[in-house]
Design a protein around this ligand. Structure first.
Ligand code: ADP
Length: 459
């Protein structure tokens, strides 16, 4: 500490120490946020650079200079009693944080709110400073008071924007006695994923319990009232066999879904000739179609078309869509698997639609890929009962079955389209459905393809 013109100035070692304490502290907080997944690597690096540069500029700016009035800048930085760093020094960090953050004075005014905090609480940028009550979150206000008085760190969860968002406030004391710093973490996606997982578990357990209850019931009957009625046993065993198959299908679909979800964020790497794959997969269903009295046709380009894909997953997409079409087509009906190339993803999306003026359409998955890349599309059409408009947008949700509400008897797990949707997401593709009630349904998928000059491997 040095004395100059009667004003306190930070001596160089203390400035260096304050700079290091603040920078290391801020980087530690950022690292914590990065490790908890609240921010990404790019945000970590950007904020770390901005903060350390800001801190350096601030401390260099507050250094005693022979040409400058040393007292004025130092007063903003130092507490005159303790000679330590004040909350003014924290301001650049609050402003540079990639998360909403506030700095609150001991008398309950928000001295600094970064742009993210202003957006979160819808506070005009011209309002500065403002009372903490303007946040309109009584729990936050009470917590800020407690932290201001006793200094113990708190975390408060609250909802914002008509409960559409869930946030966690990390509240701790500032550098000056009584001041408080709040940093906010968006928990909306985490809470939504938790709820989806809970719903999924409840649905999966329910779907497994239904056939198990049926099998258990028949076992009881065969042990009890129908013990000696061997003729009835054949019928019971048939139903038990069907229920076992249903459980096996469900477990197989659940395993596929979890495997695909696990790999969804890793892009596929193999080059695949999608024409050959689609032809083999759809024509492989000919015996099943014949048994059901359905005519199955495939029509695609007379040349190789290369895509970057996981060939097993892509085959599963075609299998699920074509077997659904066979399952839901009329007896003596017709199922067509058509495919083609398009100059762009946008053209492919248009080509996927049946273009019937009466058709209702829903895009179930918007592709992540740019609309301008060359694309390939596949359309699977049947002439079954069709699907009414209100169901269309919900297809592809796990366990969503239109048939259940129709009271129909067609077996299914309600997971086939969810699997298709996840696989197409992994392949940066799209999924759409179009239906005319009473006349049939068409499911379309489209995804980026390799340019014609890229040789495609044959699967
Ligand atoms: P499921 O195993 O029940 O067929 P999916 O996820 O494959 O499950 O399909 C979900 C629901 O969408 C089905 O239960 C059915 O009601 C409806 N659906 C799917 N494909 C068709 C189609 N081609 N025609 C009519 N309805 C269909």
């Amino acid at each position: 500490m040095s004395q100059d013109n009667g004003q306190m100035q930070p001596d160089p070692p203390r400035r260096v120490r304050d700079f290091l304490v603040l920078t290391i502290g801020a980087i530690a907080v950022l690292t914590l946020l990065y490790l908890t997944g609240a921010i990404g690597l790019v945000e970590w690096v950007t904020a770390a650079i901005v903060m350390s540069t800001g801190a350096l500029a601030f401390f260099v700016g507050s250094a005693p200079s022979p040409r400058k009035d040393q007292a004025s800048s130092a007063l903003q930085t130092l507490n005159p009693v303790s000679g330590s760093v004040t909350d003014n020094a924290v301001e650049p960090f609050v402003l540079a944080l990639p998360l909403p953050a506030l700095l609150i004075t001991p008398d309950g005014a928000v001295a600094t709110a970064n742009i993210h905090a202003r957006n979160l609480f819808r506070i005009d940028s011209s309002t500065r400073p403002f009372p903490i009550a303007m946040l309109r979150q009584p729990d936050l206000l009470a917590a800020a008071e407690r932290v201001s008085q006793d200094g113990a760190e708190e975390r408060i969860e609250f909802t914002q924007h008509s409960e559409a968002e869930v946030w966690m406030a990390h509240i701790r004391s500032g550098l000056e006695p009584g001041s408080v710093i709040m940093v906010f973490e968006d928990l909306t996606a985490v809470r939504r994923a938790e709820r989806a997982r809970a719903d999924f578990l409840a649905n999966a357990s329910h779907e497994l319990r239904t056939p198990l209850t049926a099998i258990g019931g028949f076992i009881e009957t065969m042990r009890g009232p129908a013990k000696d009625d061997k003729e009835a046993w054949d019928g019971f065993l048939d139903i038990m066999g069907q229920q076992t198959e249903r459980m096996q299908r469900l477990v197989a679909d659940l395993l596929s879904l979890s495997r695909i979800e696990f790999s969804e964020h890793r892009a596929p790497k193999t080059q695949v000739n999608i024409v050959e794959l689609a032809r083999k997969t759809s024509l492989g269903l000919t015996p099943i179609a014949k048994d059901a009295g359905i005519d199955l046709h495939f029509d695609g380009p007379q040349k190789d078309v290369g895509v970057i894909a996981d060939s097993d997953e892509l085959a599963q997409v075609i299998l699920n869509l074509a077997s659904n079409a066979i399952k839901y087509a009329r007896t003596n009906g017709e199922v067509q698997v058509l495919m083609g190339e398009a100059p762009t993803m946008a053209d492919a999306a248009a080509a996927c639609s049946r273009q019937s003026p009466d058709a209702k359409r829903a895009v179930l998955l918007q592709p992540y890929a740019s609309t301008e890349v060359p694309a390939v599309w596949i359309r699977v059409t049947d002439n079954g009962e069709g699907i009414s408009e209100q169901h269309l947008p919900r297809l592809g949700e796990r366990f969503y079955r239109v048939d259940e509400s129709r009271g129909g008897k067609i077996e299914g797990t309600g997971l086939g389209l969810a699997i298709v949707k996840h696989i197409m997401a992994r392949h940066r593709g799209g999924l759409a459905v179009e239906s005319v009630e009473g006349a049939g349904t068409a499911f379309g998928i489209w995804m980026p393809r390799l340019r014609d000059d890229a040789p495609a491997e044959t699967v």
